[in-house]
Design a binder for this molecule. Structure first.
Ligand code: ADP
Ligand code: MG
Ligand code: ZN
Length: 476
């Protein structure tokens, strides 16, 4: 039986987080009433001229450098011609033969392995408007607030080999975009969208099969589902002796299927030509160096540093560098409580558990890094037991109080005072005559039972080390 291997390449459109649009001064903010962020330029009036937003170039450059692309010292804008009401000019300003950046890569983590995914190109372009189709009458509405909002398109090599890998790649890309501060990567609001190209080929073959391109993928879940569906569909066709048709397909999230939308359009259908209204874009060395100098430590670099400097497992380092805020939170804790693995366990366990349950990001955490570190310090100093620490943490999250306040208000401080604990031990031993004689007869495993009883009697506040000492002395 022939086994097939999927081949996937993604085209990601990411909105850049600039205040204004790419070729005019209109606001690029999301969510305004329809057609209030418009002007003669983004409405495509005759006789107006576009002016390139410098910040867009700056942001595209940042992304290009963060993905190890070569930056073109000279790039240019091109008109991509098509007729549709979401674009009143009759063409979209994009980049075609000379994009701002080519030949990059990002690294993704798959099942503990690092995989390098190539990038063919990154180019800048303007977004189109949005159509809304009335459900009760045969009319459509056009909102041009989004027309002219800046995008970068990031085109991957066909290097991805499964739906899961495509998902991991998208998450990595989105986290990078947020990390370097050029976009918010919000799929629901359409500021991070993707088209997925997919084909299959017999395992071991190096030639590519005929691909289809899937549109309308607006969540990570849908990308992976659509790809799995499409891989299965193509496999079935080929096994039946048929041939995959190159076409554009639409993902139907309600039915969970991809549907044929149109035959594949070719570049020449768009009649690309250089936009005569915009001069070529020249980016000199100094500009590139300046932007490079402003880049923060990147996720993969920080991940590696966490592994080397803090001796963290790769798994921990990956989770802690999933966002810049998480990495900052972790390192802020270390400032106060310099025990990396303990801090990592607390972030990955109780903290992320809490944030997940409350559907919050780490920036919105009800427990600040300083407060978590203070809690861990109390544990480290033996003021509270490790077991009580989780109770204190939950109380801190619920009430917003500090660890010190919670411990004081609830009287949770660990009891290490020998005299107080001796009384508790005596009481436990007096009530367990049977166990005591079995212990003395050689069943030393019962030590755990005695410690447990004392902990219970002191509501978990006894210092277990001290209890152990006392018990050993008394049972001798
Ligand atoms: P177009 O602009 O016509 O969509 P491109 O050549 O720019 O075509 O490729 C777009 C995307 O399709 C890229 O991400 C690329 O990796 C991917 N791709 C190209 N050929 C294949 C293939 N045979 N199977 C899967 N993906 C492919
Ligand atoms: Mg395409
Ligand atoms: Zn405008």
């Amino acid at each position: 039986m022939v086994l097939f291997e999927p081949v996937i390449g993604l085209e990601v459109h990411a909105q850049l987080k600039t205040a204004t649009k790419i070729f005019c001064g209109c606001s690029a903010a999301f969510g305004a009433p329809p057609n209030t962020h418009t002007c003669p330029i983004c409405l495509g009036m005759p006789g107006v001229l576009p002016v390139l937003n410098r910040k867009v170039v700056e942001y595209a450059l940042r992304m290009a450098l963060a993905t190890h692309c070569s930056v073109a010292q000279l790039s240019r804008f091109a008109r991509k011609n098509y007729f549709y009401p979401d674009l009143p000019k009759g063409y979209q300003i994009s980049q075609y033969d000379l994009p701002i950046a080519v030949d990059g890569h990002v690294e993704i983590q798959m099942d503990g392995q690092t995989r390098r995914i190539g990038l063919i190109r990154i180019h800048m372009e303007e977004d189109a408007g949005k159509l809304m189709h009335a459900s009760d009458r045969p009319v459509s509405f056009v909102d041009l607030n989004r027309a002219g909002v800046p995008l970068i398109e990031i085109v991957s090599e066909p290097d991805l080999r499964s739906a899961e890998e495509a998902g991991a790649y998208l998450r990595t890309l989105r986290s990078l975009i947020r990390w370097i501060g050029v976009g918010d990567g919000n799929m629901e609001e359409g500021s991070f969208r993707c088209d997925a190209n997919v084909s299959i080929r017999p395992q071991g073959s190096s030639a590519f099969g005929t691909r289809t391109e899937i549109k309308n993928l607006n969540s990570f879940k849908h990308v992976e589902k659509a790809l799995r569906y499409e891989i299965a569909r193509q496999t079935e066709i080929v096994l039946d002796g048929g041939a995959v048709v190159q076409e554009t397909r639409l993902w139907d999230p309600d039915k969970g299927v991809t549907l044929s939308m149109r035959g594949k359009e070719e570049a020449h259908d768009y009649r690309y030509f250089p936009d005569p209204d915009l001069p070529p874009l020249v980016i000199d060395r100094a500009w590139i160096d300046r932007v490079r100098g402003q880049l923060p430590e990147l996720p993969h670099e920080r991940r590696q540093r966490f592994i080397t400097d803090y001796q963290l497992p790769a798994y921990d380092a990956g989770i802690l560098t999933a966002s810049r805020e998480a990495a900052d939170y972790f390192e802020a804790c270390l400032q106060v409580y310099p025990h990396p693995k303990v801090v990592s366990n607390w972030i990955m366990g109780p903290l992320l558990g809490l944030l997940n349950a409350q559907d919050k990001t780490i920036e919105q955490s009800p427990v600040s890094a300083a407060d978590l570190a203070a809690l861990l310090q109390l544990t480290g100093e033996g003021v509270i037991s490790g077991k009580i620490a989780k109770t204190v943490f939950d109380e801190m999250a619920a009430s917003g109080r500090t660890a010190g306040q919670v411990v004081q208000d609830k009287g949770l401080a660990q009891v290490s005072d020998t005299r107080a604990l001796e009384a508790a031990v005596d009481k436990v031993l007096a009530g367990a005559a049977d166990e005591v004689s079995r212990y003395k007869a050689g069943q030393t495993k019962l030590m755990g039972f005695f410690v447990g009883q004392v902990m219970k009697a002191t509501k978990g506040k006894a210092n277990p080390n001290v209890v152990n000492e006392i018990l050993k002395k008394k049972l001798h």
